[in-house]
Design a protein around this ligand. Structure first.
Ligand SMILES: *Cc1c(COP(=O)(O)O)cnc(C)c1O
Length: 395
């Protein structure tokens, strides 16, 4: 029987292809560690086809597989492997691509723990060298390539400053030199940026952000060609053994049904807040690909079909008391790390940096006490603007 393949993302997300047991409108959670077989030949056949068989839940699980299929289809990839965190996905994908003695090129404003994994773990333990580049120009990558470069690691838009890399151009360069490419696509979500179609080998998301969207799941995913994902599934996923829990996968399936409507609202709210912040006399800089002053607008239009709700800005004050009064003066924005959920959040990078760095090192980062990151949630945008407005009066 031939099946219609849905081409629109909205339908793909809202619709389940398989009919569930007993006609249940929502699939059950397969909360079991192992699967049993009717006889010797049945389990024997399952081992012959390990990648598609349900044998033991450290490998494949039906609930987890449903989400993987959906995320692969959404991103235009052949296969996906879920992980119990975004960092699980990142470390597995990187380890898959490199071996001892290799060289990696990564962008400077990489997600912190990913950067630490490269420099404080892979480098000392496995002699893997890393060069960080700003990544706004193709020549940043060209000049960094060495004979032993095996991986270019991208994040576009990048953490904290939201600068972009020209994904198509970097992938063309990488392919011509036999270098693999990974992109952390968490900011744009699988709806608004399709890096696999631009030539990226592996696309990664922290599903703890927009894909989960309800701030109740920590998870990650790697998406790419079947051959590569199968190898990651059999090696980095099964052997390191940090397996995806069926309940968390089931929550992600719940979340995916509303991903497209949530993202539309995050975008609408964020654009309204960006407009407000950009014109506010107490705001010095707004860093957001939707900001009027954003310097890579054309590239953003070319490679993303939408914008999301994470941005940062600088308050015109270096007075810690005033900056604290602003943060404490907010009532809708809650103070916390992470982002991408239904709730609006604020975080000041200075809080953690000042613990790790000397005042001189802190100054060298180009970060100010007044730098704030906000994740714009799904509340009413006028309410959010008025919350920010009231708190800014305290500055
Ligand atoms: C949060 C985040 C991650 C890590 O995801 P976890 O699920 O928290 O492990 C990776 N990349 C980016 C850009 C993130 O914001």
């Amino acid at each position: 029987m031939s099946k219609k393949t849905w081409i629109s993302a909205e339908t793909l997300l809202a619709h389940d292809d398989e009919r569930n047991p007993n006609g249940a409108v929502v699939p059950p959670i397969f909360q079991n560690s192992l699967f049993t077989f009717e006889n010797w030949d049945a389990i024997d056949a399952a081992f012959d086809n390990r990648l598609e068989s349900f044998i033991y839940s450290r490998g494949k699980n039906p609930t987890v597989k449903l989400v993987e299929q959906k995320l692969a289809a959404l991103s235009g990839g052949e296969k996906a492997q879920l992980f119990p965190s975004g960092m699980g996905a990142i470390s597995a994908a990187v380890m898959h691509c490199v071996k001892s003695g290799d060289h990696v090129i990564a962008i400077k404003n990489l997600y912190g723990p990913a950067s630490n994994f490269l420099t404080s773990y892979l480098k000392p333990k496995f002699n893997i060298e890393v060069t960080f580049v700003e990544g706004k120009k193709l020549s940043d990558f060209e000049t960094a390539i060495q004979p032993n470069t095996s991986l270019i690691y991208l994040e576009s838009p990048s953490s904290a400053v939201f600068s972009l890399q020209d994904i198509t151009a970097v992938c063309q360069l990488a392919k011509s030199k036999g270098i693999k490419t990974i992109i952390d696509n968490t900011w744009a979500s699988p709806l608004y940026q399709k890096p696999l179609a631009m030539g990226v080998d592996l696309e990664i998301h922290s599903c703890s952000k927009y894909i989960g969207g309800h701030s109740d799941v920590v998870a990650g995913v790697v998406i790419g060609k079947a051959e590569v994902i199968d190898s990651i599934s059999l090696k980095e996923y099964e052997w390191i053994g940090a397996k995806m829990a069926p309940f968390e996968a089931w929550l992600l399936l719940r979340s995916l049904r509303t991903l497209s409507v949530r993202m539309k609202q995050h975008q609408e709210n964020a654009l309204a807040l960006a407009e407000f912040l950009e014109h506010h006399p107490k705001i010095e800089i707004l860093r957001y690909p939707g900001a009027k002053s954003f310097d890579q607008k054309e590239l953003a239009k070319r490679q993303m079909t939408g914008l999301t709700g994470l941005m940062s800005f600088r308050i015109k004050s270096d007075d810690l008391d005033k900056v604290k009064a602003f943060v404490n003066g907010l009532s809708l924005f809650q103070i916390g790390v992470s982002w991408g959920g239904h709730e609006s959040l604020i975080y000041a990078p200075a809080i953690s940096y000042l613990k790790e760095l000397s005042p001189e090192q802190f100054a060298g980062l180009g970060i100010s006490l007044g730098d704030m990151r906000i994740s714009v949630g799904l509340e009413n945008k006028e309410d959010l603007i008025s919350d920010l407005g009231i708190a800014l009066e305290m500055v």
